[in-house]
Each structure stands twice: as C-alpha cells, then as structure tokens.
Design a protein around this ligand. Structure first.
Ligand code: VGL
Ligand code: ZN
Length: 188
C-alpha cells in the first residue's frame, strides 16, 4: 500500500499567539516532524496544506462568517510554524483562497500550479492517508471525511491533532464523526 502523510494547516495563526489560536496547537509540531521524517524514510509522500485566505472573504466575521481574520495570504500568520520541518519534496497546497469559500477540506487545496490533492494522491497510487494537524474539528475533520468519500483508507493521528473547541466537546464529536465515516484512529 502507498501511504501519504497530510499535514493540515500547521500555521502561526492557529498556534498560541496567533489570531485564531488553537489550544496547544503548537504541540503537534514535534509529533508531525517525526511522522514526516518516518514517512519520507519509508518512501511515502508528505503533503502540507495551508489555510490561505484573501483579506476579504465571507469566512471572516466582518464579512458574515464566524472567524476572526486569520491566515491571510502572504502574511506571517499564514506561514507555517517556524519549528515545522517539512522534508524536501513536501508538496504545499493552499485552500480557502476563494472569497466565497471556507476551504476547510484539504481536498479543496491546490498547489501553486493548480494541482489538487486528489490528483496528487491518485498519480502516486496512494491508498492510505494519515492525517494530522489543525484543527481537529474543522480542517482535519473535513479532510478525513473527504478522504473517506474518495475511497481512501484514512487514519487520524490523534496525538498529532488539536481542536478549536468553540464548544468543549467539538473535537470528541469530530473524532466520532470521522470514525463513523470509517476512519481509523492511531495513538502513535
Ligand atoms: C480552520 C477554522 C477556520 C482549520 C481554518 O484549519 O481547521 N479552522 N479556518
Ligand atoms: Zn480559515
């Protein structure tokens, strides 16, 4: 089986000090660095998604959405966490760039050349995706659910995710929904 690691949105604005800080968001960094190293050593691919919004988007509170301004394209808040070590060859895909779209799912993300996550996974013959990053209850969940819809085995890396938890139980509910959709959960 060909595997891919999907590193979801490990960006400054989702980490402590950021504008949409996920509690302990930075705790996923070292864990994902280790996964990424192991995946590459095993010949598997690593892809990293990033939330990549325009300044004016319906995703933000000021334009009718539910979120404070975060991960605006080409700003420091949209940069990957400085301690995230993405192996050479990691493909970076951006999402949420359309002003009408939330862009929660990694399957909405594209490379700068316009290649989608699905195209990348299919081209490499990937069958199993392993997902970690931020946030459990939004982009990680949406990515895992879309992976299942597209027929991939999906493994949630529970020790490598953290949630926004607008409600305290959101992450637990999200994990339950992923499991309900046929995802497996790994505790590392
Ligand atoms: C995300 C809220 C808003 C995420 C993105 O990456 O999970 N959450 N935008
Ligand atoms: Zn966003």
């Amino acid at each position: 089986v060909a595997k891919a690691l999907i590193v979801v949105d490990v960006q400054n604005d989702f980490c402590p000090g950021g504008t949409l800080a996920v509690p302990e968001g930075d705790a996923v960094v070292d864990v994902l660095n280790a996964y990424a190293r192991d995946f590459v050593a095993a010949g598997a691919i690593v892809v990293a998604t990033r939330d990549w919004h325009p300044t004016d988007t319906r995703h933000f509170q000021q334009f009718g959405g539910i979120w404070p301004v975060h991960c605006v394209q080409d700003t420091p808040g949209a940069a990957f966490h400085p301690n995230l070590t993405l192996p050479e060859g990691t493909l970076v895909l951006s999402k949420g760039a359309h002003p009408e779209a939330d862009g929660y799912s990694g399957f909405e993300a594209r490379t700068a050349e316009g290649v989608s996550l699905l195209e990348i996974l299919q081209k490499r013959g990937v069958s199993d995706v392993y997902v970690g990053g931020l946030a459990t209850d939004y982009c990680v969940k949406a990515t895992v659910l879309d992976a299942r819809k597209n027929g991939f085995r999906a493994v949630l890396l529970r020790n490598a995710v953290r949630g926004v938890n607008l409600q305290p139980w959101d992450s637990e509910q999200a994990i339950a929904a992923m499991v309900q959709a046929g995802a497996d959960v790994s505790d590392g």
